[in-house]
Design a binder for this molecule. Sequence first.
Ligand code: FEO
Length: 396
Amino acid sequence: MRINVEVKEGIHWVGAVDWNVRDFHGYSVEKGTSYNAYLIMDKKITLFDTVKKPFRNDMLHCIYKVIDPSKIDYLVVNHVEPDHSGSLPEMMDVIKPEKLICSARGKKALVEHYHREDWPYEVVGSGDEISLGRRTVHFLETRMLHWPDSMFSYIKEDALLISSDAFGQHWATSRRFNDEVDSSELMRHAAKYYANILLPYSALVQKLIADVQKMDLKIDMIAPDHGLIWRHNPLQIVASYAEWSRQVPKRKALIIYDTMWHSTEIMAKAIGDGLVEGGVTTHLLDLAVNHRSNIITEMLDAAAIIVGSSTLNNGMLPRMADMLCYMKGLRPLNKIGAAFGSYGWSGEAVRLMTKALEEMKIKVIHPGMSLQYVPTHDNLRQCVDLGRDIAKAIVP
Ligand code: FEO
């Protein structure tokens, strides 16, 4: 979309919609994304963030509909990751702003990315304010949400929080506001974004929410750098972040598996039977057809993670190794787990998966169910019993 949208009087969305991106560092963005930027028309005309480099012209097109970009006075970089700063060098040449406003970590990261010590940096920190004329921008550093440089810009007079990566969603749409789209689909995208990007920083999310509550900010609208702007009931996404960051498990289990000749799959189904008998909502997730980032989204509120793989060449199947590596980086909390799998003659996969779960501080409640070749009926009864045992171990 190359249509600027006035989000509040004198404040324009001037970003870009990326309909075709499908991968974001291993996260499947199957419905694209947007790179949001905001232009405030005031005595000091100010642009908040830019867009990914290939979308520079889309952004300029939107800005030109409001004003000649060379008239922009201040450029605020809330976040240096290249999906928001990739077009910055070219925009700096076009705009030549009086000030390039960023956090101290932001300045360091900008120099390390673009090697331009000569830009007119003005470093701000939490609590600093800059007057644009009629409006005041209050800055709040939000380190590691998503990078060390990240910060929020709060426009006091409009009660508008420009929240950088926080509260975003990867979803390309022709709409700009949350009240213009299907709310259940929106929340699915928001949860997936949280689970795959912000989950490791959940403790910082809780601290940030507590800090913002202490500040008693009036928030009328939350404008993230990806996806839809929270115009209707903006605090609903803050409440969801508070819930997701606590990672409170529901009576829910994921059986994540990959299988060579279906023996491990038969075991997965039998373990699932035991879980369902024990009253646990159970998801069977074959890694051949489920993307790792969708599994992580399901993991957000799961109590039990049961992983299964055949043994291949003295190890686990490669899709399971990929899943466990991705999961480890996201540091899920409050889970119990177990491993299972079929083998032919050596059978290392179950031991290796169990070790991986322990390294993630998942409480392993069974030494591992390892069966040779094709399970017998007795073997499958043992698998059902494992499912029942896991169901009993899930609290409440
Ligand atoms: Fe959307 Fe951390 O960048």
